[in-house]
Design a protein around this ligand. Structure first.
Ligand SMILES: NC(=O)c1ccc[n+]([C@@H]2O[C@H](COP(=O)([O-])OP(=O)(O)OC[C@H]3O[C@@H](n4cnc5c(N)ncnc54)[C@H](OP(=O)(O)O)[C@@H]3O)[C@@H](O)[C@H]2O)c1
Length: 336
């Protein structure tokens, strides 16, 4: 019998990739979003319009139920409780969490310059859920869903920095725009830092595998052999035939100078062993493999348009401050 999946966040970067993977695997997919995004839903899925902030509407949309519910846009314990209410109607769930839940031995999470000396296992401590905010709220969501146990077996995928077409937070733009602008230099702080990326198609593969093997668990979600900040810059430059002089700062960014989205003071790498052991996860691509399509997308959507409007998520990365070329040029002039 054909298995059925309900994907919430269907036109998003993750939703689109997950639906594509599930359809190719023979699932019957219902694709739910508010219908506001201009992004498409893969052919073969059944689009429906629902706003998850209206629990009654979500309940009606889930109706008599599905084999699996994939939620890409759950952020809070309240969202977890809404999903738990589907126990009995939904066989299992796959829910997107984030690597931002992790804390180092001093209790610092991403954003507070944590230091993780080795690849982070799923047993690493996480933020205090009562603190509120993005990471703690995701911990609260995880706790709620893990407490459901076998009532609603839920795989929580702690995603790294997601990349690919239609990315909500397109970090690659930092280097793609520099290549399009033919900047003569590429200045980078913390060039050897690794901020674990995950291609949307790898995340989709994890979703597909988790849908096959329901369980109550958390799993890291990352690419194989994650590249350094400098390697990402070089790979994007090479793909766009842009080979500027590279200047690596010894310390932190100088104001906006060298402050790439990957320039963390310490690396953030997640251990992917558990996903391999529990789900048999084999990445379908690596960072370099996913890059050409991301570059093509960023180049297409920004051509002749204001990038701030077509890539609103770049605000979270610093917006125009990411491209403070005047500051770069002044610093270079002083240095030379
Ligand atoms: N970006 C990263 O690097 C990163 C890293 C770790 C984890 N994450 C996690 O990734 C998830 C975001 O996924 P994404 O990047 O695929 O998001 P996205 O590209 O922004 O897409 C969001 C999707 O959800 C739909 N949506 C938004 N609000 C909705 C609502 N109230 N009701 C129903 N549908 C709604 C949107 O379509 P409509 O607007 O048309 O409804 C769209 O289909 C989050 O859980 C985030 O914590 C992201």
């Amino acid at each position: 019998m054909t298995r059925t999946a309900f994907v919430l966040g269907a036109t998003g970067q993750i939703g689109h990739a997950a639906i594509t993977a599930l359809l190719a695997d023979g699932w019957d997919v219902t694709a739910a979003s508010r219908g506001r995004s201009a992004n498409t839903i893969p052919d073969g899925a059944r689009p429906i319009t629902v706003d998850r902030s209206d629990p009654a509407a979500l309940d009606a949309a889930v109706g008599t139920g599905y084999d699996v519910l994939v939620d890409t846009i759950a952020f809070t314990a309240a969202h977890g409780r809404e999903l738990r209410a589907f126990a009995g109607r939904v066989g299992s769930a796959v829910v997107i969490s984030t690597g931002a839940v992790y804390t180092d031995t001093d209790g610092n999470a991403l954003g507070d310059d944590p230091l993780f000396p080795a690849a982070i296992p799923e047993t690493q401590p996480t933020s205090d859920p009562t603190l509120g905010g993005y990471g703690p709220d995701k911990v609260a969501l995880e706790n709620e869903l893990l407490a459901a146990g076998s009532e609603l077996p839920t795989t929580l995928l702690r995603a790294g920095t997601i990349h690919g077409r239609n990315s909500a937070i397109p970090r690659e733009w930092y280097f793609v725009k520099r290549a399009l602008d033919r900047r003569p230099v590429r200045i980078l702080a913390h060039p050897d830092a690794v901020f674990h990326p995950v291609a949307a198609v790898n995340l989709a593969e994890l979703i597909r595998l988790a849908a096959h093997r329901p369980g109550s668990r958390v799993l890291n979600a990352g690419d194989p052999t994650p590249p350094t900040a400098a390697e990402i810059g070089t790979a994007i430059g090479a793909a766009m035939n842009h080979l500027p002089e590279e200047i690596h700062l010894d310390g932190p960014p100088i104001g906006n100078i060298g402050d790439s989205p990957w320039s963390l003071p310490g690396s953030f790498v997640m251990d992917m062993g558990k996903a391999a052991r529990e789900l048999g996860y084999e990445p379908v691509t690596d960072y370099a493999g996913a890059l050409p399509d991301t570059i093509a997308w960023l180049t297409e959507v920004t051509a002749g348009r204001d990038w701030r409007e077509v890539l609103p998520g770049t605000k979270l990365l610093g917006g125009a401050d990411m491209f403070d070329y005047d500051a770069e040029d002044a610093w270079l002039a002083e240095r030379r």
